[in-house]
Design a protein around this ligand. Structure first.
Ligand SMILES: *Cc1c(COP(=O)(O)O)cnc(C)c1O
Length: 396
């Protein structure tokens, strides 16, 4: 096997240089542990960005993956597939929606949600509405449509022109939202916890207020659950923390614990906007992906991983806040919901982040100042406490 330096040099030669990679090459994983090319062991507090929620190489998931790989991997959405039906049935027991559509990524799920909202307005209500309202610092993906929804100038640089029909309003400003809605507005789209931009949960008032405005103005409410969904927030779906009922949700990341699958769910009222031939995708919800996702969802429900995320998250947040109290000059704020946790530093944190990697923790640094933690939901509390101790040491 190649050394880390060899892998680094080969990568530079042949891969698009789109990623500022971490100083390690992962070769093996088990549960919350990762091992790199040099044989070093890490506690994984990133989970492939909120993907491997059941831990690496979960035995039950691996068994389903192998069995299904030997039975049927892909056909086409032109054929009936019971695995897809079974996954939809199970997913729909976790929320108030009636129908599901499967695709292959978060961006594609959001793109689908946007298309669905527009088509609902244009073909069911026949009012011609098309505009999607999103929030500052949102992240909805990197296809052109979702990049327009994301709205961040930094991410859009060089990709002009953006598709039309998107408008952004400030976070936590209900008056601005209400003022932005016009007869052309089709939907409001939001992450209940802004993930990529440093773990910013909505306040309960903001969440309830958004729902009330959408109802009053008769526009759809789309919740992007790509990162926060599937138990991570302490409820099965993040919106369920806020006692609201969106019209459409998108999800992806953790759905098949590492295989690429996304989903959109909606009420029957909205789902009727996609009749035969109006939307589709080649890989979406194939037999292998849906067999694995069905096992993932089954385990999440059976093991009540939502409750586990809530319990671990509450304890971990409290522990991190103790560390923050000891270092008020270094830590500005600790925030989060369930096992979506952000530690905002008072200054750019690249050194702190690198030292934590050296100490054996894989985690993300978001927007230069926020240590972002998305541990697997099966992690032991001892691993989280070990991180808190390590952070305390690094900051001392
Ligand atoms: C990751 C993410 C996306 C994009 O998902 P991809 O699978 O990378 O396309 C969209 N929305 C949110 C909230 C995300 O965290």
């Amino acid at each position: 096997m190649s050394t880390f330096e060899e892998i680094q040099q080969r990568e530079k030669k042949v891969l698009f240089q789109t990623y500022a990679r971490y100083p390690l090459a992962a070769v093996r994983g088990k549960g919350a542990r990762l091992w790199d090319s040099e044989g070093r062991e890490y506690i994984d507090l990133l989970s492939g960005i909120a993907v491997t929620s059941l831990g690496h190489c979960n035995e039950e998931v691996t068994r389903v993956m192998c069995d299904q790989a030997a039975t049927l991997v892909h056909v086409s959405n032109l054929l009936y597939q019971e695995n897809q039906v079974r996954l939809a049935e199970r997913l729909l027991t976790t929320n108030h929606f009636d129908k599901a559509f499967f695709c292959t990524s978060g961006a594609e799920a959001n793109e689908t949600a946007i298309k669905l909202a527009r088509r609902y307005m244009q073909c069911v209500r026949r009012n011609g509405a098309f505009e999607i309202i999103t929030f500052e610092n949102a992240f909805h993906g990197r296809t052109l449509g979702t990049l327009a929804a994301t709205g961040q100038v930094k991410l859009q640089e060089g990709f002009a022109p953006m598709p039309e029909g998107f408008r952004q309003v400030p976070w936590n400003d209900l008056a601005a939202l209400e003022a932005a809605i016009t007869p052309q507005t089709a939907a409001v789209m939001i992450e209940m916890v802004q993930g990529e931009s440093g773990i910013r949960p909505v306040t309960p008032e903001f969440a309830k207020g958004i729902e009330a405005i959408c109802r009053k103005k008769n526009v759809l409410l789309i919740i992007d659950e790509v990162q926060a969904g599937l138990c991570r927030s302490g409820r099965f779906w993040c919106f369920q923390n806020f006692d609201i009922k969106p019209d459409i949700i998108s999800c992806a990341k953790a759905l098949a614990n590492g295989l690429p699958i996304g989903a959109v769910m909606a009420t029957d009222e909205v789902a009727q906007a996609f009749p035969f031939g109006s939307h589709g995708t080649t890989f979406g919800g194939g037999p292998l992906l849906t067999a694995v996702a069905d096992k993932v969802v089954e385990i999440m429900i059976r093991d009540q991983l939502d409750k586990r995320a809530a319990r671990l998250g509450t304890a971990f947040l409290a522990r991190l806040r103790e560390v923050a109290c000891k270092h008020p000059d270094k830590i500005k704020e600790v925030r989060g919901l369930g096992l979506l946790i952000g530690i905002e530093l008072t200054a750019p944190g690249k050194d702190v982040w690198l030292k934590l990697i050296e100490k054996g923790f894989v985690l993300n640094l978001s927007h230069d100042t926020v240590l972002r933690l998305l541990p697997p939901l099966i992690i032991d509390e001892a691993d989280l406490n070990a991180f808190a101790d390590a952070l305390d040491e690094v900051l001392a």
